[in-house]
Design a binder for this molecule. Structure first.
Ligand code: UDP
Length: 472
């Protein structure tokens, strides 16, 4: 099944001039847009992926579609769904394998399933598109469907590993038959391009004006936290609390609205906000915090582990399992430590509310961590950097491409190295001057490399170029 994603009005109202404070990029986008509009000559761009919310890809697409439309380019976003849960289990395995995680062999049945669902989806896509249109297909889930539509197409791969393993080889062999239908392939980092494939590189980016990243005054920030139930101060806004409050893990293993104020606004806070995924390294991070506290260090510091309510994301069947594992690890902590670690499930019923809460949490954090085993890019790091937060990351390729050791924060060699994580956290929490410097550097780096305007220029050039190639 296909689902068209509507761009909310708030997005379409944002004008390029509002980005003017972010360097010279606005003029570059306008020029690239003018050229691409000429080259594409009215062709509609169909952007296809597998989720409308709760993940880095979905985040960027919304603003990109809105901004493309303002450049007079016709763009439409479609999400694939299927009644067959086995399909998303298979694509999740492929996702993990492309990150090098062994998922057992891929079988002829897996191929048959992927092909069958891809054919169904392609048939639906064909009903929507015109022969003159262009496809931009994101990630492995809709790769097969996009290949079968028969339109000029670009495949955008957001994931990958910076080394070859038996798992990556098997996953790429599985996907290989679908790739030739795409005349351009785009990856986030050159390290992720599989051997023998020609691909362009476009780094992901954040939108500084989104609810996730926009500036928040102190009043706004406290209002958001109060409306989400995360602080319990009186605030004029709490007369209209959020549709769904944030939920905190309780001692009985259930999630419930937060009952007590756990000091977000006045205690040092270490934050990781991510999808609930084994590859995000929540488990060892929790252990590192326990180790830091066992050493008696930073007794006032709290840790917040936050992620989207797993029930709300249909292409991520492993999230429930991973959150269960984190909950079990948290329940095994002594009660005084449990009180200092908040595991938060953030409802996705309202995308705006969810994003405002993520924004507020990142702004409250003393240190933001992204302890990923592997990371395609790591927008949560980019978002924190934009907010001038010092960041602690692993050397996963997508993270080390953003955060340089001792420049924007710290790197640890491995997500599983609990003592190294605890040590880096202790150092960061102890050194306010370094935190300020690294935070300022971080904001500067995002402003000059990783905003949506940078990626839009790259996309407009690539699309115009692809079309020109086709017409000659
Ligand atoms: N995110 C969100 N709500 C949440 C938790 C996470 O919107 O409750 C966002 C997060 O802010 C980031 C994205 O999900 O923008 C995750 O992107 P990232 O590149 O870090 O990882 P991915 O999900 O693509 O693996």
């Amino acid at each position: 099944m296909l689902q068209r994603v509507a761009v909310p009005e708030g997005y379409t109202l944002v004008d390029y001039e509002r980005y003017a404070g972010l360097g010279d990029e606005v003029a570059a986008v306008r020029e690239a847009g003018r050229l691409a509009a000429q080259q594409l000559a009215g062709r509609k761009l169909w952007i296809v992926n597998s989720t409308a919310q709760g993940g880095g890809v979905a985040e960027m697409l919304l603003r990109q579609v809105a901004l493309l439309r303002q450049l007079e380019l016709d763009a439409e976003w479609v999400v694939i769904t299927t009644r067959d849960p086995a399909f998303f289990r298979l694509t999740k395995r492929l996702h993990n394998m492309l990150h090098g995680v062994d998922q057992g062999p891929l079988t002829a049945d897996d191929q048959a399933l992927y092909e069958r669902v891809s054919r169904e989806l392609a048939a639906e896509l064909k009903e929507l598109v015109k022969p003159t249109d262009l496809l931009v297909v994101h990630d492995p889930q809709p790769l097969g469907a996009g290949a079968l539509v028969g339109l000029p197409a670009v495949w955008r791969c957001h994931i990958g590993l910076d080394e070859e393993t038996p798992s990556t080889r098997a996953a790429w062999a599985f996907l290989a038959p679908w790739l030739p239908a795409y005349e351009r392939k785009v990856f986030s980092l050159k390290e992720y391009v599989p051997p023998g494939l020609q691909a362009a590189i476009i780094q992901p980016a954040i939108d500084p004006l989104s609810h996730k990243n926009r500036e928040l005054s102190i009043h706004k920030l406290t209002g958001i936290l109060a409306c989400a139930g995360l602080v319990h101060h009186e605030h004029p806004k709490t007369a209209a609390p959020f549709e769904a409050p944030a939920l905190r893990l309780r001692a009985d293993g259930q999630f419930a609205p937060v009952r007590e104020d756990f000091g977000l606004l006045y205690r040092p806070t270490v934050l990781q906000v991510s999808r609930w995924d084994k590859l995000k390294g929540f488990g060892p991070l929790l252990q590192a915090f326990a180790l830091l506290r066992a050493d008696g260090a930073h007794p006032a510091t709290r840790m917040v582990l936050a992620g989207p309510d797993p029930a709300s994301i249909q292409d991520d069947p492993e999230a429930v399992e991973e959150l269960g594992a984190i909950a079990a690890a948290w329940q095994a902590l002594p009660p005084e430590l449990q009180a200092d670690v908040a595991v938060l499930s953030l409802p996705m019923a309202s995308r705006k509310e969810n994003h405002l809460v993520v924004n507020a949490l990142q702004r409250c954090a003393t240190v933001v961590v992204q302890n990923s085993v592997q990371e395609g890019f790591g927008l949560t790091a980019t978002e924190a950097m934009w907010k001038a937060r010092p960041v602690l990351v692993t050397r996963a390729a997508g993270l080390r491409a953003q955060v340089r050791d001792y420049v924007e924060g710290r790197q640890v060699g491995s997500a599983a190295d609990v003592p190294a994580l605890a040590q880096a956290l202790t150092e960061m929490l102890s050194n306010e001057k370094a935190r300020e410097l690294w935070g300022a550097n971080a904001r500067h780096r995002v402003m000059h490399h990783f905003t949506v305007l940078h990626s839009l220029v790259a996309w407009l050039e690539l699309l115009g170029d692809s079309f020109r190639q086709r017409s000659t």
